[in-house]
Design a protein around this ligand. Structure first.
Ligand SMILES: *Cc1c(COP(=O)(O)O)cnc(C)c1O
Length: 816
């Protein structure tokens, strides 16, 4: 479809009168109100639509350009997207930030108060979801045709509240007040089957599902920065058929029965990661995965058929990236579509399937590699299980041909894990069904090939590669930290660095310039004042903007070692009571969610809050040490904390963190990292320089060695006076009774070597404090961190994917 010829339907200019007219008009026609009687919510909704219209115009031109070019397109399949708030991003990308602020001012409102109504979509959990959002941003910025596919969850992960020091999960009903950024497309629904049986029909296998659910798409716009391209992220919401409601039941007063069918269907997109502690929850998760994959593949095929008819062209036009194993069912689903529905022969179909997919692995933890019971798989997706078995047979035949007689190898490489309960290994399915497999940092990709997926790397070394993660400089510097962005643009003479982050190198010569240092520190201090204002309102705790702002912010997991940080805090508390000058004035900020069923880390959150309560009330350390747990970590909170951070805690046990992206965001904002040689920390340290990174701890090979030889954390712990004092304080009840269980985890097995790394960590913290005491030295380190981490731009990540895996070219979208 083409745009109507002639002049645009409506001028959607960037001038103040244009913008004001559209805003007022939207208030009137969309909200049915006028400036005199509008609420701030009305103004927010109208402002959103006003900005959105400017993107819609670009979107229409993008679609036209893509249709004309019939290009190769990237389809990104992900169970999560952490998009962050949309309003400020879209104002920036349409160049209407200042205009909007001025117009609102003229109407007696501030952009800040209106923008506060913008709600972050609750579609993600952590780094994997934020990576998806950063990649979509960079894809659009690079003018690469791309569609992100995901699920439109009604409720996000959860809203974290703290009650009596403990995490309490509340529903994250992110779209409760309406979500102006979404475009529902009821007419593009897909039908998704579940359960049922498989029959032979005209010599073909034919799946007859017992249940069907509708997938209703809506999309959100994904604009590129400094370009006309607007891509989309297409999100599927589960709907029951329009006659699923049982009128007769309802008339008879059986209201619960009346909606049973509707509820059962719509449960599929109700929440992100339903609890998997029950059979119901586990089945629902697998249903979600198939729902995402089935809707998305049909949509991808539909798009392909808009301009192409020959399946031979499919792999030229299509590359599908699997963000972790959640969408790995796409492999048997595409094979099923091609063979069962389009009648291709098995080998042709398999060749297409395998060349279409690429798989990004995000973990090294064997327990995080997804598997599904064959029994459940067989019940829910009977035809897919047949296909998985057929893929497996051919795969194991290939293994046998290459390594004859090695039954043990075949067992390890199989898609099926044998045992009392046979299970389908989703990572194996993803590797076998993909032409490229990548890890997300150099160390991670190497360890994947040497350990977790070693047998596959031996079988197909050419499939394995590395693509180090990156973050969007628009989101995490320009939008999150406008003060620093302004200072940088001022010095660099423009904002070209926003799409060419290596330009930040030009800041390096200023690292020792006293005047520049002073401005740099002033920005950081103002950012800390903003954070302090928020922290005061959220927790009642006061933050000193001149204290070292030391942040450990990320999901809670034992491998990320929040407990190591907390033991440092307790040790400091103890030391400061004896000598108030043993450390620099410091604010320690924790933020992050714990999975609802992960009891061990929820206990750590409780202990953090217990320690915070005592430390913050202790006059002996007043002005020296403050501890804050900021609830409900999400992108919005990250954007507030990151610009204020001085010290970035990246202290996972080496060999456990795949990459990390929090480390990149923080360094980009001038925080100095204290970290282990883990994930992308290694590449970060190589780039910013060893002098500007505070290193500690065992490296991955030594950690593995310690794990192998008779490690005795209990003995080691009590022989370290600082650690012993910290343990005694906790055990003795200084922070409240009953926290012994938290310590047992590290004094018993200490899976993540917290005790082994403690001394090195404490010494490194003292070194960091020494550097902080010399403001010129610290500021130099801070500036050099920002100056030298251009590599960690998501633009570079997308360029790497494009060169090494996707092989896609940009399509320029002409301006109006
Ligand atoms: C960047 C980000 C993460 C990832 O943080 P890591 O430190 O890499 O684990 C998680 N959550 C949010 C909200 C983020 O913005």
């Amino acid at each position: 479809m083409n745009l109507p010829p002639g002049p645009p339907l409506r001028a959607i200019g960037a001038t103040e009168p244009d913008f004001e007219r559209d805003l007022v008009s939207n208030l009137y026609f969309q909200r049915g109100t006028t400036m005199e009687s509008a609420s701030v919510q009305d103004v927010y909704q109208s402002l959103a639509v006003t900005v959105r219209d400017r993107l819609v115009d670009r979107r229409a031109r993008t679609a036209t350009a893509h249709y004309a070019a019939n290009p190769r397109c990237v389809y990104y399949l992900s169970a999560e997207y952490m998009l962050g708030r949309q309003l400020r991003q879209n104002l920036l990308y349409t160049g209407t930030e200042d205009v909007a602020a001025d117009v609102l001012k003229g109407l007696g409102l501030s952009l800040d108060e209106v923008a506060d109504f913008d709600v972050e979509p609750g579609l993600g959990n952590g780094g994997l979801g934020r990576l998806a959002a950063c990649l979509l941003d960079a894809l659009a910025t690079a003018d690469i045709p791309a569609v992100g596919y995901g699920i439109r969850y009604d409720l996000g992960l959860f809203r974290q509240t703290i009650v009596d020091g403990a995490q309490v999960e509340r529903p994250d009903d992110w779209a409760f007040d309406g979500s102006p950024w979404e475009f529902p497309q009821q007419d593009d629904r897909q039908s998704v089957g579940f359960y049922g049986r498989v029959e032979d029909e005209d010599g073909r296998r034919h799946w007859i599902p017992a249940e069907t659910v509708l997938g209703e798409p809506s999309h959100m716009l994904v604009p590129g920065y400094g370009t006309q391209t607007v891509n989309i992220v297409r999100l599927w919401r589960a709907r029951a058929d329009s006659d699923a409601f049982d009128l007769a039941d309802f008339a008879a007063g059986r209201s619960a029965e009346a909606v049973q069918e509707v509820v059962r269907s719509e449960n599929i997109s109700k929440v992100l990661y339903p609890a998997d502690s029950t059979e119901f929850g586990r089945e629902l998760r697998l249903k979600q995965q198939y729902f995402l994959v089935s809707c998305s593949l049909r949509d991808i095929v539909r798009r392909f058929h808009l301009r192409n008819s020959d399946w031979a062209a499919f792999t030229d036009k299509t590359v599908i990236q699997l963000n972790d194993t959640h969408p790995a069912l796409a492999v048997p689903e595409l094979q099923r579509l091609l063979v069962d529905e389009y009648g291709l022969d098995w080998d042709t179909a398999w060749s297409i399937t395998r060349r279409t997919f690429a798989y990004t692995c995000h973990t090294l933890l064997p327990e995080a590699l997804e598997t599904w019971p064959v029994e459940l798989f067989a019940r829910l997706l009977p035809r897919h299980l047949e296909i998985v078995y057929a893929i497996n047979q051919a795969h194991l035949d290939e293994v046998e041909a290459r390594f004859p007689g090695d039954g043990e190898l075949r067992r390890r490489l199989s898609l099926i894990q044998e045992g009392p309960e046979r299970r389908v290994r989703m990572a194996h399915l993803a590797v076998v069904g993909s032409h490229a497999v990548n890890g997300v940092a150099e160390l991670h990709s190497r360890l994947l090939a040497e350990t977790t997926l070693a047998d596959f790397a031996r079988l197909w070394p050419e499939r394995f590669r590395n693509v180090t993660n990156g973050v969007s400089p628009r989101r995490f510097l320009r939008l999150a930290n406008p003060r620093l962005a302004a200072l940088i643009s001022d010095r660099l003479g423009g904002d070209g660095w926003l799409t060419d982050l290596e330009q930040l190198r030009e800041l390096a010569p200023l690292a020792d310039d006293p005047e520049f240092q002073q401005r740099w520190r002033a920005v950081k201090r103002d950012n800390k004042l903003d954070l302090a204002g928020y922290a005061r309102a959220a927790t009642g705790i006061r933050i000193d903007p001149d204290a070292l702002c030391d942040v450990h912010v990320k999901r809670f997991h034992e491998y990320k070692r929040q407990l190591l940080k907390l033991l440092h805090v307790v040790a400091l508390h103890h030391r400061l009571r004896a000598d108030p000058h043993t450390d620099v004035p410091r604010t320690v900020i924790f933020a992050g969610k714990a999975a609802p069923s992960y009891h061990a880390v929820k206990r750590i959150i409780q202990l953090i809050n217990a320690v915070a309560a005592v430390v913050n009330a202790d006059p002996a350390v007043a002005g020296r040490l403050t501890v804050v747990f900021l609830p409900d970590y999400n992108v919005t909170r990250a954007e507030l904390i990151t610009p204020a951070a001085d010290l970035s805690e990246q202290i996972s046990l080496a060999g456990k963190e795949a990459s990390g992206t929090g480390n990149m965001k923080l360094a980009l904002n001038g925080a100095v990292t204290i970290g282990t040689l883990d994930g992308a920390n290694i590449e970060l340290r190589d780039r910013v320089g060893a002098d500007n990174f505070v290193l500690f701890g065992l490296d991955a090979p030594r950690a593995a060695e310690v794990r192998r030889g008779g490690y005795r954390p209990d003995q080691l712990a009590w022989s370290d006076p600082d650690l012993a004092a910290a343990l005694e304080a906790i055990r003795g009840g200084r922070y409240g009774a009953g926290f012994g269980d938290v310590l047992d985890a590290i004094l018993g097995r200490d899976e993540y070597l917290t005790v082994a790394d403690f001394r090195s960590y404490l010494d490194a913290q003292d070194a960091a404090a020494a550097a902080w005491r010399d403001p010129a030295r610290w500021t130099r380190m801070s500036i050099l961190n920002t100056a030298r981490c251009g590599f960690f731009s998501a633009d570079r990540t997308v360029a790497d994917y494009s060169d090494r895996i996707w092989r896609v070219d940009p399509i320029r979208v002409p301006p109006r």
